[in-house]
Design a protein around this ligand. Structure first.
Ligand code: G1P
Length: 323
């Protein structure tokens, strides 16, 4: 089986952080979003992970080569032409007949992958949500899918496509994507994966809904912090620090310095960060960031940022200074 993880997107909703870091590398619960995804995928029987890179591809390639020795290959999507196009550019890396898993690079899943690994046919991850208009939506009869539509004004159901797709054979998907690109079928200006899936249905390929409750979006500040809280709830209590009070759950990198401070609950502190005389709750503090004499709640602090003498909610990009 091959796994394709598209991570080429710009992540505009997470600015200012995505001015300097690609979205997939933003920290959540002690490691980048992409790290969580690769760790999950690596526990499956995957022969190779194919990352679709574009925006700040060097940073992604650097992170992966420093942290993983798995068979991982990067394929470049030169222009952002949509998710369908992102998957299409991997067509030469997946042989005909080979099973294929596609997981979007900005989403963390908590699920039992066994129905997938057991080969339960073509599966599309969905979740029932109140208003699915900003997602792809499936129309289904029981779990059998009868149609796909991308970000519909009037959704045919409440089943949103969550960003996990499994195909027993990648061939029919690439053939449908090829037609989407060749005939220049665009929806909202882009080559959509949902349009290729619709074509597959029309060509007689069956697809089934895989209901996923453990779906953690990391698309904006609120959902990133929510995902941080969820993941931290599952980590053990950290060792006590000499001059700090740690209120679990937290993730404090061993290479961070925390002095005279209260950290947690729900704080993630990355390597090289320095926290002194501060309170840090429900926040993510980036690598080598400095937080001094500050009280943080619901905040995202970028890598190398410096925050001193501040008591409020912050969304500070990398290398900024607030004092
Ligand atoms: C993409 C897909 C959409 C899916 C969503 C899940 O949209 O096109 O069908 O529901 O991911 O996150 P995007 O979020 O890239 O606009």
């Amino acid at each position: 089986m091959k796994a394709v993880i598209p991570v080429a997107g710009v992540g505009t909703r997470l600015r200012p952080h995505t001015h300097t870091v690609p979205k997939a590398l933003l920290q959540v619960a002690g490691k980048p979003i992409l790290g969580h995804i690769i760790d999950t995928v690596a526990s499956l029987q995957v022969d190779e992970i194919i990352l679709v890179v574009g925006y700040m591809r060097e940073k992604i390639e650097d992170y992966v080569s420093r942290n993983y020795s798995l068979p991982i290959r990067a394929v470049v999507q030169e222009e952002p032409k949509g998710l369908g196009h992102a998957v299409y550019v991997t067509r030469e890396s997946v042989a005909d007949g080979e099973p294929l898993l596609v997981i979007l690079g900005d989403t963390i899943f908590d699920l039992d992958f066994s129905p997938i690994v057991k080969g339960g046919g073509n599966l599309i991850g969905v979740r029932e949500i109140e208003d699915p208009r900003r997602f792809g939506v499936v129309k289904s009869q029981g779990t059998r899918i009868e149609g796909f539509v991308e970000k519909p004004e009037r959704p045919p159901s409440n089943l949103a496509i969550v960003g996990l797709y499994y195909f027993t054979d990648g061939g029919p998907l690439f053939s449908a994507l090829d037609e989407v690109v060749r005939r220049n079928i665009r929806t909202r200006g882009e080559y959509q994966l949902t349009d290729a899936l619709q074509l597959m249905l029309e060509r007689g390929h069956e697809m089934t809904c895989l209901h996923i409750e453990g779906w953690f979006d990391c698309g904006n500040r609120e959902t990133l912090l929510e995902t941080n809280r969820y993941l931290l709830d599952r980590v053990g209590k950290p060792a006590d620090l000499e001059t700090a009070i740690v209120v679990p759950p937290v993730s404090i990198d061993p290479a961070a310095t925390v002095e005279n401070s209260i950290v947690g609950p729900y704080a993630s502190v990355a390597a090289g960060a320095v926290i002194r005389n501060s309170i840090v709750r429900n926040s993510i503090v980036g690598e080598r960031a400095t937080v001094e004499s500050t009280s943080l709640e619901g905040s995202l602090i970028g890598d190398n940022a410096v925050v001193r003498d501040v008591c409020r909610r912050l969304n500070v990009g990398d290398s900024s200074e607030v004092a």
